[in-house]
Design a protein around this ligand. Structure first.
Ligand code: SF4
Length: 390
């Protein structure tokens, strides 16, 4: 089957990287002794985002079939679902779906083993890029060696927001503190235990399965929107990319609670910043949101009715980032705390040029997306709510 059929589908975890390029990169890698690996990122932690948890409750089989197809297309021999530990209900549905797929011959017998930080057999002091010797790898017979279908297991996450970042997730799986790695090498080249690793999130595998099974002809035409906040019917809705937030709120969400006026809204998870009500007719697409200085991210739309103030929302977001920074980089560790204190009024804002230097330091000096996208929240406040910030 042709990986190019996925062209148009972008990763749904936040960064929006083209899926077919990532899959092709892993397919192009030579197969090492330990084989290639598939990882499903189910560590959904972006505030305002709930579609992965919903999918694992509603359609876990399709997500797993997407992983199985990926394995067949890139030549992987083992796969893992890295699951957010709070998703206990989803874990039960996943286990049922795995057992069904073993019976149907898609997964090898023994699939569904549970690993956690203490028991994961890949635990080691070895550094990234230095593969473990085969005898230290999990005692799992590769599919290619046995002729059996894919071996797929579950790893319970540690409960940290940063574990949703792909290289921090790999560090966590290898039993270390989840601090993001420098890239390159990319996980497609050197991922779990130094093996070529294809990682996508739950929704991405779900769309891939629907596309590759022929159910969907136009990859990337729709997204799953998580709609929450002050709406009558919060939930997860499948809708076209490019729908406006106003249509999403009115037609799917039943409007704003008590017909209050909208104060502000978030378009794609907390990291996408806060927009004013005047932007509600912006298309929810990468191009449309770029026009207003942000991105579609996780498509987690959060609505705030009056009297909530935008500055209160931004202060909550910056406090969250300050609390969840892994502290590896100084600009992120200190910058998020400083902006949290300034926005919330704990300390007075510095001079505007000092603020700008802090923002640039975070944008240029952070290793991962948490650090270099957090300034977007401040820049959005400067653009749309300048009376509330310096
Ligand atoms: S940017 Fe922040 S979260 Fe990312 S590695 Fe640096 S300190 Fe950790």
């Amino acid at each position: 089957m042709d990986i190019q059929r996925l062209e148009g589908l972008r990763g749904c975890g936040g960064a929006g990287f083209p899926v077919h390029i990532k899959w092709q990169a892993v397919a192009n890698e030579a197969t090492p002794e330990g084989g290639k690996v598939i990882v499903c990122n189910a560590d959904e932690g972006e505030p305002g985002t709930l579609k992965d948890g919903w999918l694992l409750n509603e359609q876990p089989r399709r997500v797993l079939l997407g992983m199985q197809r990926a394995a067949a297309m890139v030549g992987a021999v083992r796969a893992y679902v890295y699951l957010r530990p709070e998703y206990t209900e989803q874990l039960r549905f996943l286990q049922v779906a795995i057992n069904d797929l073993i019976e149907d011959g898609f997964l090898s017998p023994g699939s569904g083993a549970m690993w956690n930080g203490a028991g994961f057999p890949g635990r080691s002091v070895q550094r990234p890029g230095h593969p473990l010797p085969p005898q230290e790898m999990p005692n799992i017979a590769p599919a290619a060696a046995t002729g059996l279908p894919l071996r797929l297991d579950i790893v319970l996450g540690g409960g940290a927001y940063i574990c949703g970042e792909e290289t921090a997730l790999l560090e966590s799986m290898e039993g270390r503190r989840p601090q993001p790695r420098h890239k390159p090498p990319y996980p497609t080249q050197s991922g779990l235990w130094g093996l070529p690793t294809l990682m996508n999130n739950v929704e991405t595998f779900w769309w891939a399965e629907r596309i590759l099974s022929g159910e969907i002809e136009t990859p990337g035409s729709h997204r799953l929107y998580s709609l929450s906040g002050d709406v009558e019917r919060p939930g997860v809705y499948e809708a076209p990319v490019g729908i406006t937030a106003r249509d999403l709120i009115d037609h799917f969400g039943g409007g704003v609670v008590n017909r209050e006026q909208i104060s502000c809204w978030i378009p794609g998870g907390a990291a996408s910043g806060v927009l004013p009500a005047s932007c509600l007719d912006t298309p929810l697409s990468p191009e449309g949101l770029k026009e207003v200085g942000t991105s579609l991210g996780t498509a987690g739309v959060v609505v705030y009715a009056k009297p909530t103030q935008p500055v209160e929302v931004a202060a909550e977001i910056m406090k969250f980032f300050a609390d969840e920074s892994c502290s590896q980089c100084t600009p992120c560790r200190l910058g998020n705390r400083a902006f949290s204190d300034w926005i919330s009024g704990v300390h007075e804002w510095p001079e505007p040029e000092v603020t700008e230097r802090w923002l640039e330091a975070m944008e240029l000096g952070s290793i991962c997306g948490l650090g270099f996208t957090a300034p977007l929240v401040v820049r959005q406040m400067q653009r749309w709510f300048s009376e509330a910030v310096v």
